[in-house]
Write a protein that binds this ligand. Sequence first.
Ligand code: CTP
Ligand code: CA
Length: 224
Amino acid sequence: LIAFFQPKALAGKRLLITAGPTFEAIDPVRGITNLSSGKMGFAIARAAQEAGAEVTLVAGPVALDTPRHVRRIDVKSALQMHDAVLPLAAAHDVFVATAAVADWRPASSAGEKIKKDGSGQVPAIAFTENPDILAAVARLPQPPYCVGFAAESHDLARHAREKRLRKGVPLIVGNLGPATFGRDDNTLLLVDDAGERELPTADKLSLARALVAEIATRLAASTP
Ligand code: CTP
Ligand code: CA
């Protein structure tokens, strides 16, 4: 009952979020992808909606239910995710990029299934780099408050600090993978211009709520 009368941290704000992996087709039956369950992103979408935000969730291929009252747009590839996000971004107050976007896609995708020719020869697959969705949003003339994620296998704080500067975003959230992939709990490291702060190990929904509160505070401080 008390919660009902408390002003919600993101009331009246619009939050756009990417989640899950992307899938880059090699042919109609094969492709390359990243390891990502989408759980953290879906938990943040839910927590932001509960905090009063109007939430748009752009999701790669995941096996998760849509959180209540969240608008969901399903995509497969990084290019589709980019093309879904960019036109929407300027109309949002916050952009949270949790997706594990494939950094490369096959330079061309075969229209038909590639068959083995019996000789033992393997196909040569050339790759091309995918657009950086987060960096593209951060470069908009009036960008939303941008939050990036960094899953690193080592030197988390250093990589997160570097990534924050390289992408030109105010906040990077680091976690050590692949230990946390697909798990229900996680530990997050928040890196912004004030320094570093750890959100201690908890289940992903509790962490998502804590992160949403941190974002709301920073958003309030960054908007006049
Ligand atoms: N990201 C994105 N578009 C891409 C690649 C990454 O939006 N094409 C976003 C991710 O959603 C994440 C952040 O950028 O929020 C960092 O992603 P990460 O893969 O850790 O960084 P990269 O810049 O791709 O560097 P690397 O993979 O080499 O560590
Ligand atoms: Ca990457």
